[in-house]
Design a protein around this ligand. Sequence first.
Ligand SMILES: *Cc1c(COP(=O)(O)O)cnc(C)c1O
Length: 401
Amino acid sequence: MNQKFIPLSVPNLKGNELKYVTHAIETEWVSSAGAYINEFEEKTARYVKSKGAVSCQNGTAGLHIALKVCGVTKDDEVIVPTLTFIAAVNPVKYIGAEPIFMDCDDSLTIDVEKLHTFCKNECEFIGGKLINKKSKKQIKAVLVVHVFGNMADMEGIIEIANEFNLQVVEDATEAIGTYYIKGKYKGRHAGTIGNIGVYSFNGNKIITTGGGGMIVSDDEELLRRAKHLTTQAKSDELYYTHDEIGYNYRMTNLQAALGIAQLEQLEDFIKIKEENYKLYKKEIRKIEGLSLLDFKDSIRSNYWFYALNCNNAYPLNRDEMIKYLLSKKIQVRPIWGLIHEQKPYLNNQAYKIEKAKRYLERIVNIPCSSNLTREDVLYVVECLKNAKQCICALGGGKAEC
Ligand SMILES: *Cc1c(COP(=O)(O)O)cnc(C)c1O
């Protein structure tokens, strides 16, 4: 039998995408003005229950603007996680500010205890400003990432932010649809708890506009500033006067047409992803040395990415497993290389990074698309079970089993 290729995470475009995009083309509204853009902003805001939303070209652009409107300048520092995609951190540098890298906890999101210890022991809080003892610079914000659709500990983070006067920027690019079902923030969506949050609609995310992003906030002044900056900072529409340096970051009507169709299906996608996650979880539990990382039980997760944890009892290490699964036409990948170890960030401060290193060595992301069938999941599990028989073949430098 010729086994089909099972991709890691690909778009699912079987709803009204073609209809809405066709309408955008037929009406010849394809660029950065058009009714779909406003409609997509309104519908996203309504879905996540935020006061408003501002569309942008992608999540990276959204994070750039989010940091700017939160008041981060070239003289400041921003605390960021080291275990994340580099697009979460680069916007800090776009502004000319410097990141300080923080470890993760067992949920792979920022370690709140270390964050607190860092602010208490390594900084001074004077006149409402948190000053890094080492660099003497002000730390203006903490950027948290809701890794793989899990939720960072927002209760802990907001407490720390209040104690040390920090802005909280939520990189919720992977977590649209994730919300608290318990605790202080019950009902609140990822991205809407800090000062400002950002979603991504890149092709590998749970819903896609090809490329796209959305800024959300309950602070109307931040939203107004974000809209201003993403649309070239025009202070007069007719006469083209500009009061500061703006950006051409607004989403196009074509992207938004796709986005509306995708948003209509988001809850269905989450259902499929949850079912597949639970099936994987149940089957993988039976394999010695393997487990799937949990999502927190205080949240309804969007189940975006599944993290397979592989310990010493499993016959293959991370790299062998990747090679083996790729030979079985299953697309998998390790988690991101830690950002504090990437060339552009080697000189930046990193605080007691321990768990991130350990998880990096052991975690592999396995197929999770909303197109994934039950049969696909069972095939992946079957291959994981049979890995033992492949060790010799892999030892010979060949990944054929
Ligand atoms: C995808 C992603 C981004 C960037 O979003 P784009 O829309 O691709 O620019 C930023 N941070 C994290 C954690 C992401 O996963």
